[in-house]
Design a protein around this ligand. Structure first.
Ligand code: SAH
Ligand code: DHB
Ligand code: MG
Length: 234
């Protein structure tokens, strides 16, 4: 079965998408024990396999590296797979703060992050991310982040982008995951709050003069989805 069954692509087509992703990864992504062990540990802990694909993780890493990012905020940790990609991208005195609702996910993530050697770089903060962000805002003294990756409960995407802007500087990159959802995002009669959260965050980004944005659809080992990229320009 494909990762995301849908009426548009059949099993053979999904197998081909996956075969190309496998070829991309085996060609261009050197083996990495920390990342691979994390996926194994996530599987053993029965976490949903909704981490970014390895080639998307590498893209996030490259985006962080090409922008010389030192401080990264992530919303949605799961087992820390994408957090490890970001930790690899920042310098030794860099910081990755990742927000996770579920204590069980955070426990797996902390173990994976330590196993990959990034205990001192990545901080996992547990709780509903909007509350954590509110607390960080109230406490004050949060240095702006250079990149924000939003990958949690999709209905709160607009709130997460507002906080990303609050904690940004000109040049901050904001990436939102899962913006195509097997095409369902444009099924306008479907009012699923997760889809609505993607539509609403596009509306917010469209109207936000501080942002220049685009989005790209993807097919591959994780099915059919997409991500948006925004740059804070003012
Ligand atoms: N970024 C991860 C995948 C994250 S999956 C990776 O690519 O490896 C989405 C995660 O968001 C799940 O672990 C889920 O528990 C978490 N989540 C859901 N609602 C949340 C909320 N309100 N606050 C923080 N995390 C939340
Ligand atoms: C889901 C969430 C994700 O962040 C993702 O990348 C894929 C799927 C989900 O909730 O189904
Ligand atoms: Mg995602």
């Amino acid at each position: 079965m494909p990762a995301h069954p849908n009426p548009f692509f059949n099993d053979a087509q999904f197998a081909k998408f996956k075969a190309v992703d496998d070829w991309i990864c085996s060609s261009l992504l050197p083996p990495d024990k920390g990342l691979e062990s994390a996926l194994q540990a996530n599987h053993a802990a029965d976490l949903d396999e909704i981490d970014v694909a390895p080639n998307q993780g590498k893209l996030l890493y490259l985006l962080a590296k090409m922008n010389h990012c030192k401080r990264i905020l992530e919303v949605g940790t799961l087992g820390g797979y994408s957090s490890i990609w970001f930790a690899k991208a920042v310098p030794a005195d860099g910081k990755v703060i990742t927000l996770e609702l579920e204590p069980e996910h955070a426990t797996v993530a902390r173990s994976n992050i330590a196993n990959a050697g990034f205990e001192s770089i990545v901080e996992v903060k547990v709780g509903p991310a909007l509350e954590t962000l509110e607390r960080m805002g109230k406490e004050g003294g949060v240095e702006p982040f250079d990149l924000v990756f939003i990958d949690a409960d999709k209905e709160n995407n607009p709130g997460y982008v507002k906080w990303a802007l609050e904690f940004s500087h000109v040049g901050t990159v904001i990436v939102v995951d899962n913006v195509a959802r097997r095409g369902r995002v444009v099924d306008w009669e479907n009012k699923d709050p997760a889809l609505q959260g993607v539509r609403d965050v596009f509306e917010l980004m469209k109207n936000e003069k501080k942002l220049e944005c685009t989005a790209v659809q993807t097919v591959g080992s994780k099915g059919w989805d997409g991500f948006s990229v925004a740059l804070v320009v003012a």
